[in-house]
Write a protein that binds this ligand. Sequence first.
Ligand code: IMP
Ligand code: MG
Length: 172
Amino acid sequence: MSEKIVIMFSEEHVTETIKNVAGQINADYGKQPVHLIGVLRGAAPFLCELSKYLSMPVTIDFIQVKSYDGTSSSELQEVMGISDSITGKNVIIIEDIIDSGKTLKYLKELFVKDNPKSLKICVLLNKPSRRVVEIEPDYCGEDIPDLFVVGYGLDYDQKYRNLPYIAELRGV
Ligand code: IMP
Ligand code: MG
């Protein structure tokens, strides 16, 4: 069977969803500065769009992690670290999707060591039924069922990240 794309959220829908998340962040932080840390590569389009609708002073950094299979469990490793200190900052981790929760749990435990003023998690998509570790996002665009999705930064084999909408990928 060949790969088939079935649109789940249109570009207009995604934009509205992101504006809504930005509104919640604006309401919570007011004029306090926030420091966004995007998880490469998938979070880049979401972070760029979200940051446009934030009304406080915003700074942006990125981190890249990869998972590797250890003998007993799947572990994570930093590929590219953050550039700026997060001590005393209102940090919001920006991620494309939370699935098992392992990536965001790892990042939260990593960043909390540097004593940020506050530390929250913001995701575009959430697959609640897939969680294997205890962690929940503070801000979430959409809950979705256990389907494989691509677009708006999300990839399959590094493809489809550039799609301006979110689609279910079938036939893989
Ligand atoms: P975790 O399982 O919560 O640690 O999620 C790890 C990563 O899996 C996410 O950052 C995504 O890169 C990837 N991922 C999970 N579900 C999907 C999906 O449906 N499409 C594309 N990537 C996904
Ligand atoms: Mg990712």
